[in-house]
Ligand binder design. Structure first.
Ligand code: MG
Length: 285
């Protein structure tokens, strides 16, 4: 990482890294729940996983691998990633998301680089940002496709023997255990938060100094990894900090009251140094 070329701008923080879902809008929007239901339906109808196993497995894989999709792939399930994303996000109640002028004005008043870092796919990120009226507030979006380019998604069946792939019921637990044991040589693994590797990849791709960057996320696991990567961290949607969090914001709207340092030094130097080319996948200008 080379930040030497970037001029010091007199600000304590140079970059703000935002998770999107349940961070830029509240969990109460219902998108999260609807998304989980869609994923469960995909597991049931497309992967033919036993109905009684689906909810628990969906949650366990999410917890263990960062996303349910990453967990399913690690277990050896074969499916098209775009199809999965289209199914998971295709019928979400996006109409629940309304333009957020308060957040928009806050974001536009922040002198730092602002980047989205989401495990979701590009289409979902674009739709959410459009609905929130924030599509022009960020320099770029680091999303599923950024960290998992199509050329690296072959041979995932190597992870497990074929006879283990479509077993159901109690076998799922054994498969999860097996997959964990095999994970060192199961490839390619989906790269996503909360893995430290994913966070380090984001740092590399967007070329920012973690020590001068604040990371906002609603997931305690992601925050813990962000801290391990050297970022300043803010847990969003909670009123008290979790492990690894420097700050807690019950709502992203409270950002100015909680972290006035973001704006400090702004008056000394208004010029904002932006390197749009640093982000490989710029979904939005
Ligand atoms: Mg989130």
């Amino acid at each position: 990482m080379d930040t030497d070329g970037r001029r010091a701008n007199g600000l304590k923080y140079e970059c703000l890294l935002f998770d999107m879902d349940d961070t830029l809008y509240p969990m109460s929007s219902g998108l999260n729940l609807a998304c989980r239901k869609n994923i469960e339906e995909f597991m049931l109808h497309h992967l033919h996983i036993e109905e009684s196993e689906v909810p628990r497995m969906c949650l366990e894989l999410y917890r263990e691998y960062g996303t349910t999709m990453a967990g399913l792939k690690a277990l050896g399930y074969e499916f098209d990633e775009d199809e999965f994303h289209a199914f998971a996000h295709g019928r979400l109640p996006y109409e629940k998301l309304k333009p957020d002028a308060v957040l928009r004005n806050l974001l536009l008043s922040m002198p730092q680089r602002k980047i989205i870092f989401t495990n979701a796919d590009e289409a979902h990120a674009a739709e959410v940002l459009k609905r929130l009226g924030l599509e022009d507030c960020f320099e770029g979006v680091i999303c599923f496709e950024t960290l998992n380019p199509p050329t690296e998604t072959a041979n995932y069946t190597d992870a497990l023997d074929n006879d283990a792939v479509l077993a159901g019921g109690e076998a799922e637990h054994k498969k999860l255990d097996d997959a964990k044991k095999e994970s060192s040589h199961s490839k390619p693994r989906i790269l996503c938060k909360p893995s430290l590797e994913a966070i380090e990849a984001a740092i590399r791709i967007a070329n920012f100094d973690p020590k001068k960057t604040i990371f906002f996320d609603d997931s305690a696991r992601n925050i813990a990894s962000g801290k391990a990567a050297g970022l300043h961290t803010v847990i969003v949607g909670k009123s008290v900090p979790v492990a690894g969090a420097d700050y807690a914001l019950s709502s992203i709207h409270n950002i100015k009251e909680a972290i006035p340092e973001i704006w400090e030094g702004e008056g000394e130097q208004q010029e904002q140094v932006i390197q749009p080319s640093a982000v490989e996948t710029v979904v939005l200008a």
